[in-house]
Design a protein around this ligand. Structure first.
Ligand SMILES: Nc1nc2c(ncn2[C@@H]2O[C@H](COP(=O)(O)OP(=O)(O)OP(=O)(O)O)[C@@H](O)[C@H]2O)c(=O)[nH]1
Ligand SMILES: [Mg+2]
Length: 486
């Protein structure tokens, strides 16, 4: 069986973000110079770009897994990790990108159109970037986020103005070869053409593209021959040309019957009813060809078709056909709004980027939301301070209050993230959970001596265990950090 190269499944994986670095500056005689861990570099993304020079998806058929590189971790001395290398995959004009369920993610039309198929993971912040007035020496850094990975399906729907349809060996490819500079394969056996050919035709001042599809036979809608699969290539065309063979010797075939058969198959496929159609009676150079054409012409015209008698081999009637097509194409173009050539396809972002949802299932509270899920991915759970920082962030988003509201109690199970990749907690409803026993988060007691006494006194008065106060303070002081992290 032939391999179809105009539909490929591809696994794309972006690079992971590099981890942030937790480091403390060291210098001779200055043992504690402050946090200086740099941020991790962003992971490389996988991007699809339309290149008009590319005509098939063949390349991806042979190696269906593509991965961009990871970002490098940050380092001490405020050094940011290098960004991962992005991967740019060139695709033909008219590539439709879908997920595995067939939902269209992007329809890539026009040279240079770009689509990010897998977004690189963000680099984690280093402890230098996490430091604030209150959290002077964070002993942790954020993890880099994993890059997106997913399966996509790419289908090519050629972007041709004119489509040639007809039985195998009717001479569709031959017509393309004489109307344009394209040199498709031509042979006297059926199904010579396995993937559509594309040619560029110049007729007067109009330039348009013309494509054929593999030959259709009765029962193509049930998958006979190469089936109707390739008709998606003609979905975008402005006009269809029936190429009818005036020289076929097969029993039961003549141009009129052929036309009816093809029309019946097109109707099965559907969606092409509104497209104007022309008829090209081909092979009038053979001895009986002209006679058959003459016999058929009247009945075709009766049915409302414009008929062109042509010979691809003897170069007859080509000019008339190509100018008639040019006229239809330019009329259709004039009726359409101008399309910008280079488009960037942006995936819709989630509606509620800032929020979260809590759902109770069998006594467990499931939390979903872009931010909480990202924060969980950024957390190094081996580091108590990092876990505490996560707890603070979650509280600040209002998750703690919301859990109270929906009736969660201490010790209840809280699940953050999607089913397959969730993090499960026992809920400890305090504002400063986690790293409390280590002293307050972000404070290094070794700094204590360097701070003015008045500062420390104020701190005492304030009351260290006032969770409420801590919450307010945190909110005020970390808004700048928060911006950095978005
Ligand atoms: N005599 C004559 N032969 C032609 C003409 N056009 C095409 N042929 C021949 O018909 C045969 C089939 O031509 P193709 O152009 O490959 O036909 P096709 O419609 O593309 O066929 P498939 O790709 O198999 O669907 C070849 O042997 C051609 O040389 C013509 O105008 N006159
Ligand atoms: Mg062909």
């Amino acid at each position: 069986m032939t391999t179809f190269v105009d539909r490929v499944e591809l696994h794309v994986a972006a690079g992971n973000g590099g981890h942030g670095c937790a480091s403390v500056h060291r210098e001779k005689f200055k043992p504690l110079g402050g946090p200086d861990g740099g941020n991790g570099g962003e992971g490389g993304s996988v991007t699809l770009v339309v290149d008009s020079q590319v005509t098939t998806l063949l390349e991806y058929h042979h190696s269906p897994k593509r991965k961009a590189t990871n970002g490098k971790p940050g380092a001490g001395g405020h050094r940011t990790g290098a960004e991962g290398q992005g991967l740019v995959l060139t695709v033909p004009d008219g590539t439709v990108v879908m997920d595995r369920k067939g939902n269209v993610l992007a329809d890539l039309v026009g040279h240079g159109t770009t689509f990010v198929a897998a977004q690189g993971g963000r680099g984690g912040l280093g402890n230098s970037a996490l430091a604030s007035a209150r959290r002077k020496a964070p002993g942790f850094a954020l993890l880099g986020e994993p890059g997106e990975a997913r399966d996509i399906v790419m289908e090519l729907k050629s972007v041709a103005d004119v489509a040639l349809v007809g039985y195998p060996s009717a001479g569709k490819s031959s017509l393309i070869s004489v109307l344009s500079a394209a040199k498709p394969k031509i042979a006297d056996y059926p199904f010579t053409t396995l993937v559509p050919n594309l040619g560029v035709v110049t007729a007067g001042s109009t330039v348009y593209t013309i494509a054929d599809v593999p030959g259709l036979i009765p029962g193509a809608s049930q998958g006979k021959g190469l089936g109707l699969e390739f008709l998606r290539h003609v979905e975008r065309c402005e006009v269809l040309v029936h190429v009818l063979d005036c020289a076929t010797l097969e029993p039961g075939r003549d141009p009129l019957t052929d036309l009816e058969t093809i029309e019946a198959e097109l109707a099965q496929y559907g969606g092409l009813e509104d497209r104007p159609r022309l008829v090209a009676l081909n092979k009038i150079d053979v001895p009986d060809g002209q006679d058959i054409a003459d016999l058929t012409r009247a009945s075709l015209e009766e049915r409302g078709y414009r008929v062109f008698e042509v010979s691809a081999i003897a170069h007859k009637g080509l000019r008339e056909l190509s100018f008639a097509l040019a006229e239809i194409v330019s009329e259709a173009r004039a009726a359409k709004p101008v399309q910008e050539n280079t488009r960037i396809v942006i995936r819709p972002t989630a509606v509620d980027d800032a929020g979260f949802t809590i759902e109770e299932v069998d006594g467990a509270y499931h939390i979903r939301g872009i931010k909480p899920e990202r924060w969980v991915r950024q957390t190094d759970f081996a580091n108590d301070e990092a876990v505490g920082y996560l707890a603070d962030r979650l509280a600040r988003l209002g998750i703690e209050q919301e859990l109270w509201k929906v009736g969660a109690k201490e010790g209840d199970t809280v699940v953050i993230g999607p089913e397959e990749n969730a993090v499960v907690f026992d809920w400890e409803p305090t504002m400063a959970s986690g790293a409390e026993m280590l002293g307050r988060r972000g404070e290094d007691h070794r700094f204590e001596t360097q701070r003015p006494a008045v500062d420390r006194r104020r701190e005492k008065q304030r009351g260290r265990d006032s969770a409420e106060q801590e919450y307010l303070d945190f909110e005020a002081l970390s808004s700048d950090r928060e911006q950095l992290e978005q």
